[in-house]
Each structure stands twice: as C-alpha cells, then as structure tokens.
Design a binder for this molecule. Structure first.
Ligand SMILES: *[C@@H]1O[C@H](CO)[C@@H](O)[C@H](O)[C@H]1NC(C)=O
Ligand SMILES: *[C@@H]1O[C@H](CO)[C@@H](O)[C@H](O)[C@H]1NC(C)=O
Ligand SMILES: *[C@@H]1O[C@H](CO)[C@@H](O)[C@H](O)[C@H]1NC(C)=O
Ligand SMILES: *[C@@H]1O[C@H](CO)[C@@H](O)[C@H](O)[C@H]1NC(C)=O
Ligand SMILES: *[C@@H]1O[C@H](CO)[C@@H](O)[C@H](O)[C@H]1NC(C)=O
Length: 509
C-alpha cells in the first residue's frame, strides 16, 4: 500500500505542522492554527445534483416512453422497500421553477441534473425528438442561466428507454451507438449553453448493480458474462459520445465532457492483503477508468490477467472479461476533458475465510475475488449501513487517481449524506459536508490535486432507487404527501449557502 503510506506520511506532516502551528499561535497569539488555508481558489465551484428519474415524475406525460426504471418499479411485487415508484417523485417536471429558485437561494455556482433519454427521444433512436421533452430541458437550462447558475448536464443517469432494453440494453454493443446518437441530439440542442457534460453516471451501477447483482433495473442477474459485456459497451458508448463532441461541437462551444465514476477507496485489512487490495481497486475502480484515463488504454493489466486465469479455473473457454481490440482501445483511450468522481464510501478488504461465502456484490464483498468488504472501524453511518462514512478516503482516492493517471483536472460530481428522518435540523449532514470539504482542500492544497468543483448530492430529497422515499439525501426537505411537493431548506442548505458565499470552509476559525 505504497500510496496510502505516502498519504499517511503527508497526514503526519500535518499533525506536526499543526503542532508547530499551535506553538507559534501560543507564542504570537496572532497566527492561525489551521493546517491549511481554508479558502477555496477563486475558480473553484460549488454545486448540487439530482437525476431525472429521481425527481421529474411525469412518467407518462405527453409522448414520453417508459424507461427501464418505470418498468422496474411498476413490477409486482414492488422492488422498492416502501412499494413506491418515481411516477410523481418531486414532480420537477412541473415544479422546475422552484428547483431553480432553490439553487438560487443557496447561491449554487452550478446545478447538475440529468436528461431523461425516453423523455427526449421516446423511440430511443434519434429519428424522432419529443417537442415537449426538448422544451422542458430548454426551459430548465434557460431558467438556471437567467439566475446566474451554470447547468451541468448528465446524459444518462440509469433510465434507458425500455424499448432498447427489449433489444438487450447495455449488453447489446449497438446501444453504444444509439447512446452516441442521443448524445449528438443533446449537444446540438443545448451545447450553446451547457459547457460541462457527463456522459454516463456511475457505470458500476449500470452494469454491476444491475447485471452482476440484479439489484437495479433492468434487474437481470447475469454475473458471468453480462456484467462485463455491459462494462465494455458502456465504455464504448461514453467514448463515442465524447468523440462526437470533440469532432462536431468542441470548436463551436468549447465545453468539457467526462464520465462520472462511483469510486470506492479500499484499504487492506492487514499487510498480507495488499495484493488483493490492489486487485479490488482495479476491479471496482480501474475497470471503469483505466481504458479512458491510462496511457496504454484497455483493461487494467492485473485485472485482465486475473480474470483470464480465474475464468479458466471456472471452466470457461475464454476470459469473462471481453477482449478490447486495438481499434477499440484507441477509440476509448483519452476520451475525457477532466476526471469526474462520485465518492461516498471506503472499505477494508480481506480474503474470505475458510467456509465463508461471498455471495452478494457490495453487500458482502466482491464474489469474483473471493474478497470480503468491511467498514473501517472508525467509520460512521447515515441511513445506510453499507455506505460507511470515511472522509479521509476522499483525499486518498483523489491522490490515487493523480498517482495512477496523471495530473488532470478533477471534479467531484457527487458526495452526500443519507438520513432516515425528515428533520430540518440536520447537524450530521453539516458535519459530513465540512469533513469532506476539509479532505478535499487537503487534497488540493497539500497533495496538489487539481480539483475544480464539489457537487453535493442532493439538492433535495428524492426517489432514492430501491430505498424509495425512506432515504433522505436532500439539502432541502420535500413533503411527499403534499400534492405541491413543498420544499423546505434544512440547516445544511443554509450552511452550504454560507460556505459558498464566504468561499471559505469553517474549520479552525
Ligand atoms: C418490462 O420489462 C419486461 C421484461 O423485459 C417486458 O417483458 C415488458 O414488456 C416491459 N414492460 C413494459 C411496459 O415495457
Ligand atoms: C408492499 O406491498 C406488499 C404487497 O405487494 C405488502 O405485503 C407490503 O406490506 C407492502 N409494504 C409496504 C411498506 O407498504
Ligand atoms: C399517468 O400515470 C398516473 C399515475 O401516476 C395515472 O393516474 C394517469 O392516469 C396516467 N396518465 C395517462 C395518460 O396514462
Ligand atoms: C487545473 O486544470 C485546469 C484545466 O485544465 C487548468 O486550467 C489549471 O491551470 C489547472 N490548475 C493547476 C493548479 O494546475
Ligand atoms: C405535508 O403536506 C401535507 C399535505 O399538504 C400536510 O398535511 C402536512 O402537514 C405536511 N407536512 C409537513 C411536515 O409540513
């Protein structure tokens, strides 16, 4: 764990600096005891995020077609813990002006939202664009710009047109082309006003949570091949969309395009688990990053070798990880203008013990690696016991990305805290934001990671996938029994707003 040691060393250095700082403080009573200057660079941006299916509702209005999430949540018995669906959700299709107002109330630099593919292209393909769908996003983008808020747009936040799922969805290589065609329509419609784009949000959920685990839409469990075919196709879809932007739109609009990966920081449980830890890092993070960000492209070599050997041992005639041709490697390599990261959790990794079965991906560990995930002993928890909270992991994953792929601009596109109650006085969320922003500042100011923005998840409570409406992530509370879906700022919204205004974190004051 060379890198963790490097960071640990840097952290030690801080403690020493802090110690001397305190000495100086007590000597002069004027110098700050702060290990870092808590101000954000002037070009650093703070925003908040949502996703179409989680907030829009209006699942069946106008000519919108059903998405795989509409289909999934409508199944009986229901898949969500509270039997809920996103049919109405926050009703942002009708209440988007209030969403813009909330972003303005907090003074957000930007608002990251996603476009619903089946709302904009009801047929799935690019030969028919919904007038109402196009107008909805047009209004939202203009509304934000009128209030001085930059729109940051995600093209795909898990809501594939169901009609394309009938043809195999992301396990069909043609979906990569259909996605790229959809991307071209969106760039063409909004590229004059939208300068920051995310192609796909958290492909690990699109492929691993969906196909390896069967937890999320389309709910087809095929952990042997489906998940890895999906991984490759998602990378190709992202790359094709980036190349369309690069070739057809960059010279006109000078925007930036990337992909938001959900990154888990892993640490070995014991010294003996370092090799397994490295493999877990590649399995979860490198599998969706290496082909894009590394100089050589393709799969991470340690993972490629492991999967070839492991597949042979399992009796498969070829590796379950599909081959990248040289053409495909070149197509995907370098297709980014910045590195986008969603960070929520850190896990310790160790091999399964004799007789211990690793059955469920994420819940117990990584079945393909026979590896068990544990939460760091000092971690805390919000609503979910799976998402152990460990702010230091944020600094370490950013450092790992820089060490592994080079010194590129990075943007945190998600980070947030879930609670089970609707309380407005959410001190835990405030602490979560402060602790993570502190680690982000350390990454920037001490490790010299070039981070350009922080995006809080989420602007407001919303449909939290399988947790339905039981898990609350919002800076704003939403009353889901109110037909008007009244939104009320929590203490964290006021806190975040203050940080944005001051451009300075409230540590060591
Ligand atoms: C939902 O998905 C199932 C399984 O793929 C499919 O048979 C069904 O037609 C879909 N329903 C709708 C309304 O699209
Ligand atoms: C969800 O619906 C099932 C019947 O389909 C019922 O047994 C269960 O109690 C319901 N759960 C909740 C939380 O309403
Ligand atoms: C749309 O769905 C709602 C339920 O969310 C239902 O009440 C309404 O009748 C549906 N409208 C159409 C046009 O199917
Ligand atoms: C960070 O990246 C941006 C975009 O590439 C660049 O303009 C800026 O100079 C970089 N900042 C540092 C400190 O390297
Ligand atoms: C939520 O809305 C309902 C219906 O308007 C109302 O009766 C209830 O008091 C509201 N709840 C809160 C906490 O404001």
């Amino acid at each position: 764990m060379k890198r963790a040691e490097i960071h640990t060393k840097a952290e030690k250095k801080f403690t020493i600096m802090l110690f001397f700082g305190l000495l100086v403080l007590s000597a002069t009573a004027s110098a700050s005891s702060c290990p870092i200057d808590p101000t954000f660079p002037s070009c650093f941006k703070l925003g908040a995020s949502t996703a179409a299916y989680q907030i829009e509702g209006a699942w069946n209005v106008s000519d919108k077609s059903v998405s795989i999430w509409d289909n999934f949540t409508h199944r009986v018995p229901r898949v969500t813990v509270d039997n809920s669906t996103g049919d109405i959700a926050c009703d942002s299709y009708n209440l988007w002006q209030r969403d813009v107002e909330m972003a303005a109330e907090m003074g957000l630099d930007y608002y990251r939202f996603s476009i619903s593919w089946p709302r904009l292209l009801p047929k799935g393909y690019d030969y028919y664009v919904s007038k109402d769908g196009a107008e909805y996003y047009n209004n939202l983008i203009n509304g934000l710009l009128e209030r001085g808020i930059e729109p940051v747009v995600t093209l795909y936040h898990w809501d594939l047109p169901d009609i394309l799922q009938q043809l195999g969805g992301w396990t069909n290589p043609l979906t990569a082309d259909w996605f790229a065609n959809y991307a071209r329509i969106v760039f063409d419609l909004y590229g004059d006003r939208v300068k920051t784009w995310i192609t796909i949000n958290e492909p690990i959920v699109v492929c691993d949570a969906a196909y390896a685990a069967g937890y999320t839409a389309p709910g087809i469990k095929e952990p042997y091949s489906g998940v890895f075919v999906c991984t490759k196709n998602v990378l190709l879809g992202h790359a094709k969309a980036w190349r369309i932007y690069d070739k057809e739109f960059r010279h006109l609009y000078e925007g930036k395009v990337s992909i938001s990966n959900h990154m888990i920081w892993f640490e070995p449980k014991t010294k003996a688990d370092e090799a397994l830890n490295e493999l877990a890092m590649q399995y979860i993070n490198g599998r969706y990053a290496h082909a894009i960000y590394s100089e050589e492209g393709g799969w991470p070599s340690s993972l490629e070798k492991y999967m070839a050997e492991y597949s042979a041992k399992q009796g498969y005639p070829r590796s379950r990880l599909p081959v990248f041709t040289e053409y495909e490697k070149t197509l995907v390599r370098g297709t980014f203008d910045f590195i986008a990261v969603n960070y929520y959790t850190t896990k310790l990794i160790r091999p399964a013990r004799e007789g211990e079965v690793v059955s469920d991906l994420f819940v117990s560990g990584i079945p393909d690696l026979n590896a068990v995930m544990e939460s760091p002993p000092t971690a805390t928890y919000g609503y979910s016991t799976l998402m152990s909270i460990y702010p230091k992991g944020l600094r370490r994953i950013l450092g790992w990305l820089k060490d592994t792929y080079g010194d590129h601009e990075m943007m945190l596109t998600e980070n947030g805290f879930s609670s089970s109650g609707s309380e407005l006085n959410d001190q835990e969320r405030i602490d979560f934001i402060r602790n993570h922003l502190e680690q982000l500042l350390l990454a920037m100011k001490v490790d010299h990671v070039n981070v350009s923005g922080y995006t809080h998840w989420s602007l407001m409570d919303n449909f939290e996938w399988l947790d339905g409406y039981t898990s609350k992530f919002g800076l704003y509370e939403v009353n889901f029994t109110d037909p008007m879906r009244e939104r009320t700022p929590r203490a964290s919204a006021n806190y975040y707003s203050k940080i944005i205004k001051q451009r300075k974190l409230d540590i060591c004051c």
